[in-house]
Design a protein around this ligand. Structure first.
Ligand code: AMP
Length: 207
């Protein structure tokens, strides 16, 4: 059972890594950006509401995003775990996610941050824009997305660090190398728990 959040600036490789980790951990990868884009492409009501935010590289309002995530996490495939890619992105979304999990009697186990230098990110996103034709992968919008991330989402790193959930991983290098770093970060957390288990058992015996 894994409930994991992936943090990191646009272009750090969250989507790619979320999909790889999801296959490995056997939980769904839930990407708010993908869900919004699918709705825009399908011309749904949600799509029509969010399109202008995506095109401008601005965040969709919390009320809209939170409602969408609440619906998605209520689906049966997310009951035993998930990887959230691109959510939460604001402190309000952190509060909302805490509430959703508390209602389900669940808690977040890991927050992995993928780090990368801004110039490298812009270079990658410009290349992705050429390859995939994403409407928000143009240089102006990319710069705006980096700015919005720095202002609204970067503070979440501190929030999760204070909860002892955060591990940061270098996002530069081959895809497989970054995946290996993420898996190592997860295993490290698990190892620490295993180390503590016998001690607790011993305390119980000696106490
Ligand atoms: P992404 O694919 O994660 O880069 O997201 C693409 C775009 O979707 C973002 O630039 C936002 O406009 C919107 N979006 C995705 N996730 C969120 C979120 N958690 N809160 C607000 N807007 C979001």
């Amino acid at each position: 059972m894994t409930r994991l959040v992936l943090l990191g600036p646009p272009g750090a490789g969250k989507g790619t890594q979320a999909a790889l980790l999801a296959a490995r951990l056997q939980v769904p990868a839930i990407s708010t950006g993908d869900i919004f884009r699918a709705n825009v492409a399908g011309r749904t009501e949600l799509g029509l509401t969010v399109e202008r935010y995506l095109d401008a590289g601005e965040y969709v309002p919390d009320s809209v995003t939170n409602a969408m995530v609440r619906d998605r996490l209520a689906q049966p495939d997310a009951a035993d775990g998930f990887i959230l890619d691109g959510y939460p992105r604001t402190t309000e979304q952190v509060r909302e996610l805490d509430g959703m999990l508390a209602e389900a009697g669940a808690q977040l186990e890991h927050v992995l941050e993928i780090t990368a230098d801004t110039d490298e990110l812009v270079r990658r996103l410009v290349a992705r824009g050429r390859a995939q034709g994403r409407s928000d992968d143009t240089e102006d919008v990319i710069r705006n997305r980096q700015r919005v991330y720095a202002e609204q989402t970067a503070p979440l790193v501190q929030v999760y660090a204070e909860r002892g959930l955060l591990r940061s991983v270098d996002g530069l290098g081959e895809v497989a190398e970054v995946t290996a770093r993420l898996v190592a970060a997860l295993e490290h957390v698990v190892d620490l728990r295993e180390v503590q288990l016998p001690r607790t058992a011993q305390d119980a015996v000696s106490g």
